[in-house]
Design a protein around this ligand. Structure first.
Ligand SMILES: Nc1ncnc2c1ncn2[C@@H]1O[C@H](COP(=O)(O)OP(=O)(O)OP(=O)(O)O)[C@@H](O)[C@H]1O
Length: 259
């Protein structure tokens, strides 16, 4: 009996994204299977973060179709309001969580409230239910004892772990990480990577990462995509990309970052 591959949970179909005269994604095609862990690597300015921001519906695009968890939308004009309509977009967004480089916690809220607020306001959970969920997630990221602290009382690594708990509290099907360790002091990077590494073992969670941590990308990804000038220039299993890249641009890039 032949097995059919599951439908992709993420599909960019001929998406073009411009900022004024600058075309960042040009006729871009990209799919991710449910549960897959994919890392985007590539030079600065090549469009990696833009891919994540489009998925999070933070950026409109000009042409093409984006499908996320079975829901599609298009923006043929790009400049106007989202063609999909705000309700449709909210539904799409509800499947995606994002962890940003700069944590983006609410400074005036305790750790607990940072994690609880969106499930209460957006998902309509009772505060007790949301707190129950938050307690489990804070334990998962190793911060059970910090629930009453405020962000300013935490290290950068701890703040980023709260941000991960906050994203997970919405039970997204897709979790995006945009250079989650770039703003951290080197000694704090490991604790955040270790949380992400354990999440990568969650088979149901689809993860898309942009990172400059090449060793980590190799360790956690099912697939690594080398991005150059708004296109995937080469992709494959991490061992293949890191030990036997086929494209000269991939080799050049890896030589520059791995030394
Ligand atoms: N809001 C914006 N307005 C104008 N240009 C933008 C905007 N956001 C991004 N760009 C440009 O789009 C291009 C792609 O940026 P993007 O942040 O996606 O690249 P990246 O590959 O993630 O780079 P890095 O690794 O440095 O984060 C860059 O040339 C950037 O300057």
């Amino acid at each position: 009996m032949t097995q059919t591959a599951p439908a992709p949970i993420i599909a960019f179909d001929r998406v073009t994204k411009r900022f004024g005269a600058l075309t960042v994604l040009d006729d871009f095609n990209f799919t991710v299977a449910p549960g897959e862990k994919v890392t985007l690597i590539g030079p600065s300015g090549s469009g990696k973060s833009t891919v994540l921001r489009i998925l999070m519906t933070l950026e409109p695009f000009q042409e093409g179709t984006l499908t996320l968890a079975g829901m599609s939308y298009q923006q043929p004009n790009g400049t106007g309001p989202f063609k999909a309509g705000e309700r449709h977009l909210r539904q799409i967004r509800s499947h995606v969580g994002m962890v940003f480089q700069s944590f983006n916690l609410f400074p005036h809220m305790s750790v607990m409230r940072n994690v609880v607020e969106a499930p209460v306001r957006v998902l309509g959970l009772s505060r007790a239910e949301a707190e129950c969920r938050a307690v489990d997630l804070l334990a998962l990221v190793g911060l059970a004892d910090k629930k009453d602290h405020f962000p300013a009382q935490l290290s950068g690594g701890q703040q980023q772990r709260v941000a991960i708990a906050r994203a997970l509290a919405m039970r997204p099907r897709v979790l995006l990480f945009d250079e989650p360790t770039s703003a951290l002091d080197p000694q704090l990077v490991g604790e955040v990577l270790s949380v992400i590494r354990s999440l990568a073992h969650e088979h149901d969670l689809t993860m898309l990462l942009v990172t400059h941590e090449m060793r980590f990308a190799r360790e956690v990804s099912d697939r690594v995509c080398f991005f150059d000038k708004g296109r995937i220039c080469e992709q494959g299993a991490p061992d293949q990309i890191f030990t036997n890249p086929q494209q000269p641009r991939t080799r050049e890039f890896l030589a520059s970052v791995l030394g």
